[in-house]
Design a protein around this ligand. Structure first.
Ligand SMILES: [Zn+2]
Length: 470
């Protein structure tokens, strides 16, 4: 059919001419108007190249982009940023630069745990914990949790529920270098229908009407939170949920919502929340078709943090390997009386109220996880670190190992703890991958996570913002 072919050729020519014209236009705009260049690009032109201050040499580099690994890699760091990445023999290390020997190790971007709580450290009874330590969140508890996370290779973390001033204080202190911890992205208090208990009213802000919702969300945004944590949205009115999501989005903040109940998921989807947490507390065999259909429709923009490992970890600690509770590793940086208190609170794990549901819930988790994966939503690693028996020192690798056990490729699992969280946080120019220009958040693990994800429990070196902290 020559006529059709000819018309296709003309269309193609027209397209390529238009493309060429727009490229010329774009180029001339750049040439004619250099002031349009962003500040960072101007700085690159104006300033001399920074000198390397640290080099990670040898080892296998996984950069976070999901492509081939770099064997015998070299990473040059200058100040807080990565300057260059290459191979031994091709990228020279200038004399006098401090060298971290990575031989025998895998080198990865610092991990980003997308669901932690710094105000709790694994205690089995929230009310008692609050009575004993609730007034010392910012001064004592949160710094311990933050330090444990950092030593486990978590260089950035998302805290999803804490008292507003406490978590903002700790976020600020970490950013200022006063205390060690992950770069924090925080929600402050939960926004919900009503606090469950009187003692929680600073942690859980109830909303009463759309105006109240708008005003409270605006208040915590003005105070400096990074996003909004919404829970029990199925118990709120439509107008209240709409007010929460609209106020957050108008301020450029995402809304992270619980997905414990099917109705909670449906309300969240209806109002356009950005990220769901958990897989659902019930014992339903899986997600119903209407929810899966909605997830497929929104899968290009929707995130989901399933937090699978807490159920398994609590079950295994309670019924399979209680010896874990005598491991000194989770007590690190804790005063002895605090460690004793946590240990005692966990001495009867099988008597915890929700433990009774575990035998029926655990076999259903792989199905729900598979449904979420098949729906195409973007899954992220998050652990709920801080809830009973989920200690900050060993939460993140457990979640990663569980994903691999349930069929996710090791590379995709690593990206779900690095690249994808950075995108959700809109910080992909800074964190989540190892590339020139990014912050030098780098970890070394002994062995190969691509064949055995449990090696992630053994983080040997942590570099955060170009500074070696472990
Ligand atoms: Zn949580």
């Amino acid at each position: 059919m020559p006529r059709r072919l000819a018309s296709q050729c003309r269309a193609l020519l027209a397209t390529s001419r238009a493309l060429a014209a727009s490229l010329v236009l774009a180029a001339s705009l750049v040439l004619a108007a250099p002031v349009l260049l962003p500040a960072s690009a101007r700085d690159l032109v104006a300033q001399p190249a920074p000198r390397p201050t640290l080099a990670v040499v040898g080892g296998r580099v996984i950069d976070g982009y999901g492509g081939p690994v770099i064997e015998n890699g070299v990473i040059l760091v200058g100040g807080d940023r990565i300057l260059a990445i290459g191979r031994e023999g091709e990228l020279a290390v200038p004399p006098g630069v401090t060298v971290v020997d990575a031989n025998g190790h895998t080198v990865l971007p610092g991990l980003i745990d997308m669901h932690v709580h710094l105000h709790i450290v694994g205690h089995g009874d929230y009310r008692r914990w609050d009575e004993l330590y609730g007034t010392r969140d910012a001064s004592l508890v949160m710094p311990i949790a933050a330090r444990q996370l950092l030593m486990a290779g978590v260089t950035s973390a998302r805290d999803l529920g804490a008292r507003l001033e406490d978590i903002l204080t700790v976020k600020r202190r970490i950013a200022a270098g006063e205390i060690p911890g992950p770069r924090l992205f925080v929600s402050g208090p939960f926004i919900q229908h009503a606090p469950y208990e009187e003692y929680e009213k600073d942690l859980r802000w109830g909303v009463n009407g759309a105006d109240d919702a708008r005003q409270k969300v605006q208040r915590i945004i003005d105070a400096g939170v990074d996003f909004i944590k919404l829970i029990d949205q199925d118990q709120m009115t439509d107008a209240e949920v709409a007010a929460v999501v609209e106020t957050a989005h108008r301020n450029g903040k995402a809304v992270v919502a619980h997905a414990h109940r099917m109705a909670e998921i449906r309300v969240g989807l209806k109002h356009g929340v950005d990220d769901f947490e958990h897989t659902g507390l019930g014992t339903a065999p899986g997600y119903p078709e209407d929810i899966l259909q909605s997830l497929r429709e929104r899968n290009s923009s929707l995130y989901w943090t399933p937090t699978l490992s807490p159920l398994y970890t609590l079950y295994e600690t309670g019924s399979v390997f209680p010896e874990r509770l005598d491991d000194p590793a989770w007590r690190e940086y804790m005063p002895p009386d605090m460690a004793r208190e946590v240990r005692t609170s966990l001495s009867q794990i099988p008597r915890l109220p929700y433990y009774a549901l575990f035998p029926s819930r655990l076999p259903l988790l792989p199905t729900k996880f598979r449904q979420l994966r098949e729906s195409g939503v973007r899954l992220m690693i998050g652990t709920d670190a801080g809830i009973p028996a989920m200690f900050h020192n060993d939460a993140t690798w457990r979640e990663m190992a569980k994903w691999v056990e349930l069929g996710v490729s090791p590379m995709e699992t690593i990206q779900s703890a690095t690249l994808w969280p950075a995108r959700f946080l809109r910080r992909e120019q800074d964190i989540g991958v190892l590339a020139p220009g990014r912050l030098a958040d780098i970890i070394l693990v002994r062995g190969d996570p691509l064949t055995d994800m449990t090696v992630m429990r053994d983080v040997r070196v942590v570099i955060q913002g170009g500074r070696r902290v472990k």
